[in-house]
Design a protein around this ligand. Structure first.
Ligand code: MRU
Length: 360
């Protein structure tokens, strides 16, 4: 019998044994170097998110939980209120590292709420430790559940197109957008995955094709402008992508270029699915226009990954890191509590009601 390689063991984010630092796999070094970093100062933790050493909405949330606990232990306050106000400052600082993925503020809010409920500083530290470990464990569970729901949408032998990276590196274990493919592979299924390289930071080339190839899943890397031809060739049965923030009406922010893929998929009659946890759904954002879009350094377009700059320094560059896919282009939003279909204003609310019911 064919041996299926273990695929769900990438250790991308964890708390070090004594709890005083966060250890991450530096994603900017992949696929050529496997480098782990041990981070403990506020500046190091902020920088890791800002420079994409740790990236992907759920992984950012997990990391933020651990970072908050690490920084909480460094606070020298003697009284609970002073401790809480210093922790709040640290959480606000971390929250400014990137604006779009809502999992960052979601995890930091969870940590702050936990700290506020504690009676004194030792209890706050103990509860913060439990909370950040729970955020991570919950992510592992929800990735598995999303993968099951996502797998129900595709068949053995299907061609799947994906954009950016929504696998184990961006989450924990199975991933979201790629989760069904890893789960299906474990069950002996075969998929043909087309991975957009995802300009300008190449998460598709550096991370998605790395994860899939390591797992023994058939993957073909394409440039972003080749998505149309592989769809026209009839090679794509479904598109699976992750998400950074889903608005209440289903509009979804994800890596720049995602909305173009959705427009193409609509043209060719290919279902386009967004996969993500309920922690990425932000009902306080009515529509996609309310989602803050990160603008990044123009040099990422001009010179990153090139031997020499590919544009004159004076050439203006516009470098939004995300775009919003209109809800009308999305065939389904796959969460850990089930698959939401249009109208999303209703189905997303219903999924939160289901979550509340199941967690009573
Ligand atoms: O800028 P990045 O690499 O953090 O962007 C990541 C994405 O857009 C992912 O698709 C998204 O976070 C989903 S990860 C499961």
């Amino acid at each position: 019998m064919e041996t299926i390689r273990p695929i769900t063991t990438i250790d991308n984010v964890r708390l070090c044994d004594d709890g005083t630092a966060v250890i991450i796999l530096d994603q900017t070094q992949l696929p050529n170097r496997t480098v782990y970093l041990t981070l403990s100062t506020a500046e190091e933790l902020f920088d890791a998110i800002h420079t994409l050493k740790v990236r992907g909405a759920p992984a950012i949330g997990i990391f933020a939980g651990y970072a908050c606990y690490v920084l909480a232990q460094q606070i020298s306050a003697r009284h609970r209120d002073e401790f809480l106000s210093q922790l709040e400052k640290q959480a606000d600082y971390l929250n400014r590292s990137r604006p779009t993925a809502v999992n960052l503020s979601w995890a930091l809010d969870r940590m702050m709420q936990t700290a506020r409920k504690a009676e004194d500083i030792p209890q706050a530290l103990e509860r913060l430790r439990e909370e950040c470990l729970s955020i991570h464990q919950e992510d592992i569970d929800m990735c598995r559940r999303i993968s099951e729901y996502g797998l129900s949408l595709i068949r053995d032998g299907d061609g799947i197109l994906t954009h950016c990276n929504a696998g184990p590196l961006a989450t924990s274990r199975y991933g979201t957008g790629l989760g069904p493919l890893f789960l299906g592979r474990e069950r002996g299924m075969n998929f043909h995955v087309y991975s957009d390289e995802t300009r300008p930071l190449l998460q598709g080339a550096r991370l998605t094709s790395y994860e899939l190839a390591k797992a023994g899943i058939d993957v073909t890397l394409i440039c972003d402008n080749m998505a149309s031809i592989v769809m026209k060739n009839g090679w794509i049965n479904a598109c699976f992508v992750g998400c950074d923030r889903v608005a209440a009406n289903g509009d979804t922010a994800n890596k720049i270029g995602t909305s173009g893929v959705a427009i193409l998929a609509k043209h060719y009659g290919i279902p386009f699915y967004v996969l993500g946890p309920t922690s990425t759904i932000d009902l306080s954002c009515p529509t996609g226009t309310d989602i803050p879009i990160e603008l990044r350094d123009p040099d990422e377009i001009r010179e990153k990954f090139y031997q020499e700059p590919m544009a004159l320094p004076e050439v203006k560059c516009y470098n939004p890191a995300f775009d919003v896919t209109d809800h009308s282009l999305i065939s389904g939003i796959v969460t850990e509590y089930g698959i939401c279909r249009a109208p999303y204003t209703e189905s997303l609310r219903a999924i939160f009601a289901k979550k509340k019911e199941e967690n009573r």
